[in-house]
Design a protein around this ligand. Structure first.
Ligand SMILES: C[S@@+](CC[C@H](N)C(=O)[O-])C[C@H]1O[C@@H](n2cnc3c(N)ncnc32)[C@H](O)[C@@H]1O
Length: 294
């Protein structure tokens, strides 16, 4: 699975331009109400914090600190750094295409006093990484892989017997091209928010050939095969994906969260609509935790 192609270079350059401070209020992951709703589905605890529910679920399942972990598409490494700071994993190796994001991961780990336990590398993990790990974690990055089967086979091969594979990811429409029913559901919520709060938020656009081409041009790694991930997980692990919701938060988070403070009723409406969608079987985000047989 090549990551040194023109597409990988374009993807790395795209993500180089998208390094944000963890405190920016940009999307659902910046909202405590959204992350608490997400975490509740993952681990049963409505605690705020991006991916905190995954850490809670992993710590509970493993029942002991894990030695070494690896993460591909780790970005600025916030989730991997949290695994170290929470004492869940001893050392983390990160793989990225974006030099700036890897540099940011190193700098943030240094600042938090775990720089000597977090290594961020640039390159093709599937060729260059041949080590053995107690944890392989994919966090909103598996959907960026050009070959899901190869990524899952590599994940299983890299695990020590008894090691854990954790997948917290996006399973929605390929290339983030929202379906008609998703767009209608989300725009109805925006109508309600505008009517109630006097705002004029931008609406969600239907997918068409131009939006599809634009997405591919912007970031060729964005969700090429996201719709196929759940079946691939079942094939490789014999495990099911737990739906955690996220359809409304994912499509509208970037519109609603920056427009309102955290305690505003519009944020509660966003979360409520997301839960209602999950209850009717509509979701984008899912979670899987699997242990390699000892
Ligand atoms: C949506 S971001 C997620 C980042 C991080 N896991 C997080 O949750 O904040 C996806 C990341 O995957 C990286 N990426 C995309 N394709 C990759 C590949 N083939 N190998 C390594 N990283 C890749 C991008 O550079 C980007 O930083």
């Amino acid at each position: 699975m090549a990551t040194d192609t023109a597409e990988a270079v374009t993807a790395g350059q795209f993500w180089d331009r998208h390094v944000r401070s963890p405190d920016d209020r940009v999307n659902w992951w910046s909202s405590d109400a959204c992350t608490a709703a997400y975490n509740e589905q993952v681990c049963g605890e409505a605690v705020p914090g991006n991916s905190r529910g995954c850490r809670i679920a992993l710590a509970a399942a493993a029942g002991r600190p894990l030695g070494r972990g690896v993460s591909v598409g780790a970005g600025a490494g916030d989730k991997e750094r949290a695994l170290l700071l929470d004492g869940i994993v001893g050392e983390m190796r990160l793989w990225e295409l974006s030099e700036r994001r890897a540099a940011e991961a190193r700098a943030r780990a240094q600042a938090d006093g775990v720089g000597d336990r977090l290594e961020a590398r640039i390159g093709n993990a599937f060729v260059e990484e041949t080590g053995a790990f107690d944890l392989v974690t994919w966090d909103h990055s598996l959907h960026h892989m050009p070959d899901i089967d190869a990524a899952l086979a590599w994940s299983v091969a890299r695990l020590n017997p008894g090691g854990w594979l954790m997948i917290n990811d996006y399973f929605g429409p390929n290339r983030l091209q929202w379906r008609r029913d998703e767009v209608q559901l989300c725009n109805r919520l925006l109508d309600e928010i505008d009517r109630t709060h006097g705002t004029s938020l931008r609406r969600v656009r239907r997918s068409n050939i131009l939006t599809r081409l634009r997405m591919h041009h912007r970031d060729p790694s964005e969700a090429p095969h996201s719709e196929a991930i759940a079946a691939a997980i079942t094939r490789h692990l014999g495990a099911a994906v737990k739906p955690v919701g996220g359809l409304v938060m994912n499509i509208l988070g970037g519109i609603v969260v920056p427009a309102f403070p955290e305690n505003h009723p519009a944020i509660a409406a966003l979360v409520a609509a997301d839960r209602a969608a999950l209850a009717t079987g509509k979701w984008h985000f899912g979670f899987t935790l699997w242990q390699k047989p000892a």
